[in-house]
Design a protein around this ligand. Structure first.
Ligand SMILES: Nc1ncnc2c1ncn2[C@@H]1O[C@H](COP(=O)(O)OP(=O)(O)OP(=O)(O)O)[C@@H](O)[C@H]1O
Ligand SMILES: [Mg+2]
Length: 538
């Protein structure tokens, strides 16, 4: 069982933090029970702080309750028609002081075409209802709340204080018989940033099986690496119908296609009606289509469509949210964690290279990964960027599954060699006084650029002839006196270039650096063009 459910407060006294707010809510309940109708209660605050929990605890105080999905237009009909008069009259109450609580969770999540109708419906319910109503929302400043909040008693639920999170985590560790390093609990409390749900999820992911919690464990499954956030965002997509929540939850550093896979895997675990599952998979296939299209066309505005389909599309495929516990943390999820951990190391290595070369933060570098994938579809660009960032094979593989074709690598390397040769010649020009001529070659004229190049090549050519392999020497024997034959010379020139590039003397290294600058320009330009045009994939 998920610990957030197992340890969901049953009573006001179990709810931690927000002491003042708790008192306000209790007073609101008391007033209702004493026959003093109160304004609709609107609980607003960040995720995982206990708003829904509050609503359920309040519900226990009343004889009956009905929970409706605020983002579902049908809620209005349900209240007005199905429950009949319940919202506007007390006809079905047994006594005057017994009330039926109406819960509208996530009211800021009303979306799309339903928006106006939804908000209007809620406005009408608030105005006409003679029953207590509790609503919850995340964003106090949401436009959707503008009219609603004027008609409500607004209670702002704040982030839970680190000390309170810490204390609750300690209690749960004790109950679950977890051997926990107090420092690790403290750190986890701090990192959860007032979000109790997130703290509990992380603790369960780490310690449910191992029964231990150390700082190292925390490091390996930290919120920084998004492991937890993946669970949370998938949960959001499947559990919520709120557009904003779903959108926000998909702002991850993770590979979006990977998140899509994970959502797809969990659809049938959560959704029960065949039509919902069918609809959700249609959304996934649309998302997949757009991911593919983005890759093909390198027009990554398609990423946005893709994320709309896999997030919001899947979220609204369900008629209503299921009030059940779906375990996302199975064997598969742990395998997933392993995968993300390995991926994280790789990711950080690449991000470091990018941040050093491109003078940007690691997180900005990571957020460029989707674009990197798109750019890496192009063989030439893939080579340029890998060469510029000095990426290893496994790092290149992060951005493209196919290897860069050999023909492209050969051509690119040759082009680079040519650039190097030009650079080298220019470089030598400035030091030409010191260049020695080899026996049998032309005397070197320090005043002529062209001859400098020529003599340079001849030097190389004679050098390489000396050190060439036996096959070459035989050939030389045959063509003894024709060593200056153009074909032979061309070959030797190429060989000499290759050999020289291998030598990597200090001098050459600095020249290579210069040449890399050219490459750097190309790669950097491409990277920045992509980056500056588009900020986020969502
Ligand atoms: N104040 C709290 N005290 C104790 N546990 C809490 C508190 N807030 C949250 N939790 C834990 O986190 C879980 C999720 O909380 P809840 O669903 O109430 O959050 P919420 O504020 O409604 O979040 P959201 O905005 O995402 O809907 C609860 O089941 C409970 O285990
Ligand atoms: Mg909630």
């Amino acid at each position: 069982m998920r610990w957030t459910e197992k340890y969901r407060p049953k009573d006001f006294k179990d709810i931690i933090g927000n002491g003042k707010q708790k008192k306000e809510v209790e007073a609101w309940v008391k007033n209702w029970k004493e026959g003093n109708p109160q304004q609709c209660l609107l609980l607003v605050g960040p995720a995982g702080t206990g708003k829904t929990t509050f609503a359920h605890v309040i519900a226990k105080e009343f004889s009956d309750s009905i929970e409706l999905n605020a983002s579902d237009k049908r809620s209005y009909d349900i209240i007005m028609n199905t429950v009949g008069e319940s919202a506007t009259t007390k006809s079905f109450f047994t006594t005057d002081n017994e009330h039926k609580l109406i819960i509208l969770d996530e009211v800021d999540g009303i979306h799309g075409n339903d928006d106006r109708g939804g908000t209007r419906a809620i406005g009408k319910i608030i105005k006409e209802s003679v029953h207590p109503i509790v609503m919850t929302a995340n964003d106090f400043y949401s436009k959707r709340l503008t009219t609603i909040k004027t008609k409500c008693k607004v209670v702002k639920i704040g982030k839970i204080h680190t000390n309170s999170v810490n204390a609750l985590l300690k209690r749960i560790c004790f109950k679950e018989k977890i051997k926990a390093d107090p420092q690790a609990i403290k750190e986890l409390a701090k990192r959860s940033n007032g979000d109790m749900r997130s703290a509990l999820n992380t603790l369960q992911v780490i310690a449910d099986d191992s029964k231990k919690l150390t700082l190292d464990d925390l490091e390996s499954v930290s919120q920084k690496d998004n492991t937890n956030n993946i669970f949370d965002s998938v949960r959001r997509v499947l559990k919520s119908k709120s557009i904003d929540k779903v959108k926000n939850s998909l702002r991850l550093d993770e590979d979006p296609t990977f998140v899509m896979e994970y959502i797809a895997e969990n659809i049938p675990r959560e959704y029960e009606k065949p039509e919902e599952i069918k609809k959700a998979y249609e959304m996934i296939s649309q998302a997949d289509l757009y991911f593919g299209r983005a890759q093909q066309s390198r027009n990554y505005t398609y990423w946005r469509y893709a994320s709309e389909f896999m997030g919001v599309g899947v979220a609204i495929s369900k008629d209503e949210t299921y009030k059940k516990f779906t375990r996302l943390t199975g064997a598969m999820a742990f395998a997933l964690m392993g995968r993300t951990r390995g991926k994280r190391d790789l990711r950080d290595r690449i991000a470091l290279k990018m941040s050093e070369k491109l003078h940007m933060s690691n997180s900005v570098a990571i957020s460029m990964f989707p674009y990197m994938e798109i750019m890496f579809e192009n063989d030439d660009l893939a080579w340029d960027i890998s060469n510029y960032l000095l990426l290893e094979d496994d790092e290149i593989k992060r951005f493209r599954k196919r290897k860069i074709p050999k023909s492209v690598v050969t051509r690119k390397e040759k082009e680079r060699e040519e650039e190097l040769a030009i650079e080298r010649a220019k470089y030598k020009n400035s030091f030409n006084e010191n260049i020695q001529t080899s026996p049998g070659t032309l005397a070197f004229d320090s005043n002529s650029n062209e001859e400098l190049n020529e003599s340079d090549e001849v030097i190389n050519s004679s050098k390489s002839t000396k050190s060439s392999k036996p096959r070459k020497s035989e050939k030389e024997k045959i063509n003894d006196k024709t060593s200056k034959d153009s074909e032979e010379e061309k070959q030797s020139k190429e060989e000499s270039r290759e050999e020289e590039s291998r030598e990597k003397s200090k001098e050459e290294k600095s020249k290579e650096e210069k040449s890399k600058e050219v490459k750097k320009d190309n790669a950097q330009k491409s990277l920045f063009n992509f980056w500056s045009e588009n900020n986020k994939w969502i």
